[in-house]
Write a protein that binds this ligand. Sequence first.
Ligand SMILES: Nc1ncnc2c1ncn2[C@@H]1O[C@H](COP(=O)(O)OP(=O)(O)OP(=O)(O)O)[C@@H](O)[C@H]1O
Ligand SMILES: [Mg+2]
Length: 391
Amino acid sequence: MSATVLVVDDEELARNNVCEILRDAGYEALEAGDLDQAHSFIESGSADIILLDVMLPDGSGLTLLDRIALENPSPPVILITAFGEVDTAVDAMKKGAQDFLQKPLDLDRLLQAVEKAREVVMLRRELDMLRGSSSDSVEMVVGETPSMRKIVKEAKRAASAQASVLITGETGTGKNLLAQAIRKLGPRSEKAFIPINCPALPDTMIESELFGHEAGAFTGAQKRKPGLIEIADGGVLFLDEISSTKPEMQAKLLTVIEERTFRRVGGVTEISVDIQILAASNRNLIAMMKDGTFREDLYYRLKVLDLHLPPLRERKEDIPALIGSFIRQINLRTGNAVSNITPRAIETLKKHDWPGNIRELNHVIERAMLMCDDETIDLGHLPPDFQILAN
Ligand SMILES: Nc1ncnc2c1ncn2[C@@H]1O[C@H](COP(=O)(O)OP(=O)(O)OP(=O)(O)O)[C@@H](O)[C@H]1O
Ligand SMILES: [Mg+2]
């Protein structure tokens, strides 16, 4: 993917030079000589990355940072400061600049910084696509039983407070769905949602996946790579099945949660992030704490709010509404036209214990819709074990 870099600098010669270097490296380059021109490019959304000089004829480049932050997505900014202006650089980083370079410009550093910004832009684009596919999560949290109503109410509260939430519940009870809903309901709804499936990350990779690494941090690390925590900055980090993390990783996560800072593998600088942390577990963390396999301090940090999703067998009243919602979704996806289910089929479904919870129910309905060649699902469309339950 090519990216467009807007170069904002009033010195024409320097600006042309930088643009040429960028074009040689495969980027598109746009030029602006003052804040006003830069504004119009930003407003039109044509810049993916902004290289911003601080001293401009119509004001300080820093004033542009607030304006850029309003853009969605907001392009990463690399600030160019005069030699020795460390305070300005610190200010700029606080206001959301991604990086800063000092004059005279070192070309390698320049290209490195732009390349890193390009990675951020690419990731955001990918995430935008992913986000589009799960935009309906709030509407999809079906449940009218008191326990579910309470959960939805608390989820809304946690969302607006951007609090850490620990979601517990058996497999298939909707932990992932609820995590997405919390993000959707809060001020970070348009920001990144980064799910981390903890058991899927091999021990050897987990650290560099989460924290990123510097070039040369270990064999095979040729380039600096941002980790998932860094990518989640501004958004929501979802630690799925947190119980599977090893003690060493639990300690590192605790630091991130307490300090909101971390270091890349092989890195020395502390990087601050602004993330909301959600975690899920289908194992009993309290029991794990007692036998010493889960850190108590981490547990309490994660469960600022604690949402426990009840198993489906404890809220069978929700089965009809869930079935309705699945039928609609599956019709939409497959172009089927199933519109009904018989009362005796529903009664039979209510007799089952649902160890796989909502996921299992979803599969049973999907299968029934495959078997059904008219508009109504009946007993005969359910799997064989349900025929036995019917009697
Ligand atoms: N309240 C709900 N309303 C509608 N659909 C739901 C609800 N809860 C869960 N589902 C659906 O059930 C399936 C399983 O949900 P999800 O993946 O969120 O469960 P989970 O608790 O994360 O499971 P696991 O522990 O196995 O990871 C998904 O297809 C999800 O959309
Ligand atoms: Mg899950």
